[in-house]
Design a protein around this ligand. Structure first.
Ligand SMILES: Cc1cc2nc3c(=O)[nH]c(=O)nc-3n(C[C@H](O)[C@H](O)[C@H](O)COP(=O)(O)OP(=O)(O)OC[C@H]3O[C@@H](n4cnc5c(N)ncnc54)[C@H](O)[C@@H]3O)c2cc1C
Length: 357
C-alpha cells in the first residue's frame, strides 16, 4: 500500500492527468500501449503494481493496464515511470504528432539558468505577505512577464555564500542525499526591473523552510534561483479573463493584469484570510473582489467555491487562470468546467501548494 501522503498525491495526479493532460495519456495509449484510433484516455486507478486506463476507440471503450517493473511504494516512482512511458511513446510516434503539455513544460526546463542574487530590501504587504527585493546577479534574467516563476533554493544558514558555479544540478544531487542543507520552492516574480526583482512570500503557520527563511532573512543574504518559466497561455483572440487566486497566486495575477491590454475585460477573485491580509492595489475599475476565509484555514476556505458557483460571466473568448491549494483548485476547476463548458485551452489551473494536515 502507498502511505497516506502518496495516496493523496496519487489522487491529485489522476485528477490532473484526466482533466489537463489527456493529450499525454492519448500519446501513451497510442504509442506505448499500441492502440490504434485513440479518441480519449482516462486513468481509472493507480495501484502499487500498475496504472489502469480506460481508452475510447471509435465507438467503444477498452480497458488496459500499464504494469510497473516492480512494486512502487511512492507517488514519485509513479510520476517518474509515467514520464518514461511518455518518452517511449514519443520515440514511436510519427514526427508530426503534436507535443503534449507535459512535454512542452519539460522542454522549457532544458535551457534554464541558475542565478545567485542577494536580498536588497524587505517590505510588509499585508499581515501574511512580505515582499523581498532581490538585486544583483540577474543581468541576463529574461522578463517573461505574467505568472513568470522561479525555483528558489535557500540554505538553512541565512549567511551562507553560494559557490560561484552553483547550479540546479548541484541542488538535485544534494537533494537525493540525507542532511541536505538546502530547501527549495517555486515563487513568482511580482515585478521585474533591470537586474532586480520583487517577490511576495506568503508567511504561513506550518513549519515551511521557505516561509521561515523569508521571515528571517536580512539584507545581503544570498539565494540561488532557477528559471524562469510561465504557464499563462491564453488562446489567440482572448479578451476576457477570470483570475482566481489565494495569497500564493495573487502576485502571478497582479503581474498578469499589469500586462493586459487596456481594452480587455478581467475579473479577479482573491481569497485571503481576513481584512488584515487584504492589501491595497491599483484597481480603478473594481475588478478585484476579496473573499475572506475568516475562521477556515488556508486551503480549506469554502466561500471561494460558493462565490464561483453563483458567478455570472460572458464565456466568449474567456480565459481562466486559477492557482492556489492543490485540492481546492482542483475542485474549482471542476465547478467551472461544468458551469461554463470551457475548452481545455481556455483554462490554466495549477496547484501552487498542497495542504498536508
Ligand atoms: C508556479 C508556482 C508559483 C508560486 N508562487 C508563489 C508566490 O509568489 N508566493 C508564495 O508565497 N508562494 C508561491 N508558491 C507556493 C509555494 O511554492 C508553496 O507555498 C511552498 O510550499 C512554500 O514552501 P515552504 O517551505 O514555506 O513550505 P513547505 O515545506 O512546502 O510546506 C510545509 C507545510 O506548510 C504548508 N504550506 C505550504 N504553503 C502554504 C501556504 N501558502 N499557506 C499555508 N500553508 C502552507 C504545507 O501544507 C506543509 O504542511 C508558488 C508555487 C508554484 C508551483
Amino acid at each position: 500500500m502507498f502511505d497516506k501522503k502518496s495516496l493523496e498525491s496519487i489522487e491529485l495526479i489522476i485528477d490532473n492527468h484526466n482533466e489537463v493532460n489527456e493529450d499525454a495519456l492519448n500519446l501513451v495509449s497510442s504509442y506505448y500501449l499500441d492502440i490504434t484510433d485513440v479518441r480519449g484516455s482516462k486513468i481509472m486507478e493507480i495501484s502499487n503494481e500498475e496504472i489502469s486506463m480506460m481508452i475510447r476507440v471509435s465507438d467503444k471503450k477498452i480497458y488496459r493496464t500499464i504494469k510497473f517493473p516492480n512494486t512502487f511504494k511512492s507517488s514519485d516512482e509513479v510520476v517518474t515511470f509515467f514520464y518514461l512511458c511518455l518518452a517511449e511513446a514519443r520515440k514511436k510516434a510519427p514526427e508530426d504528432y503534436p507535443k503534449t503539455r507535459i512535454e512542452i513544460q519539460i522542454e522549457k526546463t532544458l535551457n534554464l539558468n541558475t542565478y545567485i542574487t542577494k536580498v536588497k530590501n524587505k517590505k510588509e504587504i499585508s499581515s501574511n505577505i512580505i515582499e523581498i527585493t532581490f538585486n544583483g546577479g540577474l543581468e541576463s534574467l529574461p522578463d517573461l512577464k505574467n505568472d513568470a516563476f522561479m525555483y528558489f533554493i535557500i540554505h538553512k544558514n541565512i549567511d551562507h555564500r553560494y559557490p560561484e558555479n552553483f547550479v540546479m544540478q548541484n541542488f538535485r544531487e544534494l537533494n537525493a542525499k540525507k542532511d541536505n542543507p538546502y530547501s527549495a520552492a517555486y515563487y513568482t516574480i511580482r515585478a521585474y526591473r533591470e537586474n532586480e526583482i520583487d517577490v511576495w512570500f506568503v508567511l504561513h503557520d506550518h513549519p515551511g523552510p521557505l516561509a521561515n527563511w523569508a521571515e528571517k532573512v536580512t539584507e545581503d543574504s544570498e539565494v540561488a534561483i532557477w528559471g524562469p518559466r510561465s504557464t499563462f497561455t491564453p488562446p489567440e483572440g482572448t479578451d476576457n479573463f477570470l483570475f482566481i487566486a489565494d495569497e500564493t497566486a495573487q502576485p502571478a495575477v497582479l503581474a498578469s493584469i499589469d500586462n493586459l491590454e487596456d481594452k480587455f475585460n478581467f475579473k479577479c477573485l482573491f481569497e485571503t484570510q481576513d481584512q488584515s491580509s487584504q492589501f491595497e492595489c491599483h484597481d480603478p475599475n473594481n475588478c478585484i473582489e476579496w473573499i475572506y476565509r475568516n475562521d477556515e484555514p488556508a486551503g480549506k476556505g469554502s466561500e471561494l467555491s460558493k462565490r464561483i458557483e453563483e458567478l455570472e460571466m460572458e464565456t466568449d473568448n474567456l480565459y481562466v487562470f486559477g492557482a492556489g491549494e492543490a485540492r481546492q483548485i482542483s475542485s474549482i476547476r471542476k465547478i467551472l468546467k461544468q458551469k461554463f463548458s470551457l475548452k481545455p485551452d481556455q483554462m490554466s489551473f495549477t496547484g501552487y501548494w498542497k495542504r498536508t494536515d
